[in-house]
Ligand binder design. Structure first.
Ligand SMILES: Cc1ncc(COP(=O)(O)O)c(C=O)c1O
Length: 452
């Protein structure tokens, strides 16, 4: 994990940064509590050991991976300035970096004209997208699938917009027939299409949702917090490819650079197709917007103070890894997805497991075969623990039994929800490590269900 070369690079970059302020008179910085920093940091490091090894390929549980080294360094470098991207007074350079970074993200979605900015994460970004939607269609309903992120219902509550969850099909995607039924009842302002659900990475049938928009005239918001970068991937299934090819037609998109974009936490992004929605943010802040007539990022975002360091990190990462099809970044997505397909295949060929539908992105869900759904659920937890004892870290999820229906065989359906194992294979290294992951999983399963 320790990369001494990084510290050398950071030190050189800091000298460069310092040189830009050489004309200022020297001063003695007053740093209260500076004695004992070494000991406190050592204690902090010790406490931080109490974490799963998110950086290692044997961590294959939740949506977690380390930031790119250049993101980490650019973020740290910016801390010596601590810019605030709310206004140009607080972060001139990083505001420019943010605009460039967001323009590249918008361009990845095929948008030259756009309005957007970075923010704290997917929840803050979705809040903003639904806030705009609610301003444009006050009091109208928000619809999202039962597998959409749980925060959509909560956000709608905060915004005092009515919310309804649309049931999913057997692949965890919004059920179009059920959506059509709800639309027929009227009063729908926004439909959220999830481009990669949190639990299974399922991609909603966006092309069909857009067709329904023609008739019903609602806004389409794409929650691509997790899956947004997969439009660059070369190995998507034909159906999913088609959904990503329609993404440029939605009204707003949320994507999380802190998920697949190799950024430290605290980096979400919301982009609107119509820059005209900027008028909805209109407010006056004579204390912060006096230094420049140019637009300040705080004038087009709900949040006030925001870390300019996020923009420095995101900008530096996109410089090293442009958001291009066929590029190095895109190949990393392909590798994670290849790992997921490989694991799914191995599970499908092994009678000890029950699989769900094939992964649409890079998330695999599966459960041990047992006499009943409740027995399988209990064993999933035991395998999770047995794998963790062997340093393989998976996740568990409670999912509708219908997702596994096609492969349940004689398993008694005594519950509607199956607690299954879930693996997010989002690191490029997972492709090479899938053999080792499989060996450990197999061994842990033998411990729980007995040797074959
Ligand atoms: C599809 C989706 N939307 C929204 C979110 C919320 O994002 P955040 O945790 O960055 O607030 C998540 C988080 O996993 C997600 O998977």
């Amino acid at each position: 994990m320790l990369d001494k070369e990084s510290l050398k690079i950071l030190s050189e970059a800091l000298e460069k940064l310092d040189a830009g302020f050489a004309a200022l008179p020297e001063f003695d910085a007053r740093v209260p509590g500076s004695k004992g920093i070494v000991e406190t940091l050592a204690e902090t490091a010790e406490r931080l050991q109490n974490n799963y090894p998110y950086f290692h390929p044997l961590y294959a549980g939740q949506m977690l991976k380390p930031p790119h080294p250049v993101a980490r360094l650019a973020y740290a470098l910016a801390q010596w300035i601590n810019p605030n991207n709310h206004a140009l007074d607080g972060g001139r350079a990083t505001s420019a970096m943010e605009r460039e970074a967001v323009a590249q993200i918008a361009e990845m979605f095929g948008w030259r004209d756009h309005l957007g900015h970075l923010c704290g994460g997917g929840t803050a970004a979705n809040l903003e997208a639904l806030w705009v939607a609610g301003q444009l269609a006050p009091g109208k309903k928000v619809l999202a699938s039962e597998q959409a992120h749980y925060t959509h219902a909560r956000i709608s509550g905060v915004l005092q917009l009515p919310f309804a969850a649309v049931p999913c099909d057997a692949h965890g995607r919004i059920d179009i027939a059920k959506l059509r039924h709800l639309l027929a009842q009227g009063e729908v302002g926004t439909v959220v299409a999830t481009m990669g659900t949190t639990a299974t990475g399922s991609v909603d049938p966006l092309a069909q949702i857009l067709e329904l928009r023609e008739k019903h005239g609602f806004r389409v918001h794409a929650d691509a917090a997790y899956g947004g970068y997969f439009g660059l991937a070369a190995n998507l299934g034909a159906e999913v490819r088609c959904e990503f090819d329609s993404l440029h037609l939605v009204d707003s998109i949320v994507i999380d650079p802190h998920k697949h974009g190799l950024q430290p936490y605290g980096c979400g992004c919301v982009v609107f197709r119509d820059p005209g929605v900027g008028r909805l943010y209109k407010h006056d802040s004579p204390a912060t917007y006096f230094s420049s007539r140019e637009q300040h990022l705080g004038e087009i975002s709900l949040e006030c103070s925001r870390p300019g360091a996020s923009a420095a990190a995101r900008g530096a990462t996109q410089k090293r890894l442009p958001l291009a099809k066929g590029g190095e970044f895109a190949r990393g997505l392909d590798d994670g997805r290849a790992a997921a397909l490989d694991l799914h295949q191995r599970l499908q060929n092994d009678e000890r497991f029950v699989t769900a539908f094939p992964p649409e992105l890079d998330i695999v869900v599966f459960a041990p075969r047992a006499a009943s759904v409740s027995e399988s659920s209990g064993r999933s937890r035991q395998i999770f623990e047995a794998a963790a004892r062997r340093n393989l870290h998976l996740a568990v999820a409670g999912l509708p039994v219908e997702f596994f229906q096609a492969n349940l065989g004689a398993m008694k359906k005594d519950r509607n929800s199956l607690t299954c194992l879930r693996s997010v294979l989002m690191k490029p290294e997972h492709k090479e490590w899938i053999g080792r992951i499989w060996e450990i999983l197999s061994d842990a399963t033998d411990e729980v269900v007995g040797k074959r």
